[in-house]
Design a binder for this molecule. Structure first.
Ligand code: R5P
Length: 298
């Protein structure tokens, strides 16, 4: 039996993982001193235990130091091992120096995490140019995939779906989702001109009239990709799309802006958000135990 310790805000996922795996749920106390420094206390007996710290890494800069303090404390208090369950893993985008002098933050972040934990479990890391997490993580790092859960949700919830990938990068993923959902798919063309500046070109979708477009992507961050793709689909005469993503980052007002152009917005619970409708808890629990993975809606 493992000991599952949620960091603040991660209690829902940690509780489900503990229930599903019949593990013990523990507690970490964390607060800020008046000057902003972190106070961390492990409020469970970790001695000799295999410990999972649960901490999704959306908005990582706010969380990282407290997470490392907690990991070090768990180890210091005699845990047999300490594993990070990070349903969303941050700092994957800057995987090379695009301009002279830039920090390659994905490599630094991986080194810091690898130094603090014995193992890592995450869901759909945005690998970009790395072939696998092991290219930068020096600890056992397991990447789970939510494609089947998303495909099953689409098959169950959307009539006559047309699965749509917003860019070439999504092609392989989107075709796998569409195949499992028993739906056709298309891929759009995306040009990114800046962090919040994206243009999308849609091919002629005449043969798919009568179908409901389902935009599928791994991450919604600024939301520009989904918002522009949704607008272009509607401009082509398609109905408003259902927008589905794994990781609900939603910077600033991205969520209300997307809701205004979408039929529905659905995400997994790798990052707690009102749009969560597909749970990855079973995926993580089954994988941690080496079991099979049934799909399940929230
Ligand atoms: C791109 O490489 C990713 O798959 C997503 O399309 C992208 O990260 C979404 O970002 P945003 O919401 O900022 O357009």
């Amino acid at each position: 039996m493992r000991l599952i310790l949620p960091l603040p805000g991660q209690e829902a996922m940690a509780t489900r993982l503990a229930e599903l795996g019949r593990h013990e749920l523990g507690a970490v106390e964390m607060r800020r001193f008046p000057d902003g420094e972190s106070y961390v206390r492990i409020a469970s007996d970790v001695s000799g235990r295999h410990v999972d710290l649960v901490c999704t890494l959306a908005r990582p800069d706010e969380r990282f130091l407290g997470l490392v303090f907690a990991a070090e404390a768990v180890r210091d208090l005699g845990a047999a091992s300490v594993r990070l369950i990070a349903p969303y893993l941050a700092y994957m985008r800057q995987d090379r120096r695009f301009k002279p002098g830039e920090a390659v933050t994905s490599a630094t972040f991986a080194r810091l995490i690898s130094g603090a934990f014995d193992a890592l479990v995450t869901v759909d890391p945005h690998l970009h140019r790395y072939p696998a997490l092991t290219a930068v993580y020096t600890i056992p790092a397991q990447a789970l995939h939510a494609a089947d859960l998303i495909a099953d949700w689409i098959a169950d919830q959307v009539e006559q779906p047309l699965v749509v990938g917003p860019d070439e990068e999504s092609r392989q993923w989107v075709s796998a989702v569409a195949a499992r959902a028993g739906a056709p798919h298309v891929v759009l063309h995306k040009d990114r001109h800046g962090d919040r500046d994206v243009s999308i070109t849609v091919p002629d979708l005449g043969i798919f009239r009568g179908r409901r477009p389902v935009l599928v992507d791994d991450i919604i961050s600024s939301g520009r990709t989904m918002i522009e793709a949704a607008r272009q689909l509607v401009a082509q005469g398609m109905p408003k799309p259902v927008c589905v993503a794994v990781h609900a980052l939603f910077a600033n007002d991205a969520y209300p802006q997307l809701l205004a152009v979408a039929d529905r917005v659905v995400t997994t619970d790798t990052v707690p958000h009102p749009s969560n409708a597909v749970s990855v808890a079973l995926l993580i629990a089954a994988q941690s135990e080496g079991g099979d993975v049934p799909s399940r809606r929230l």
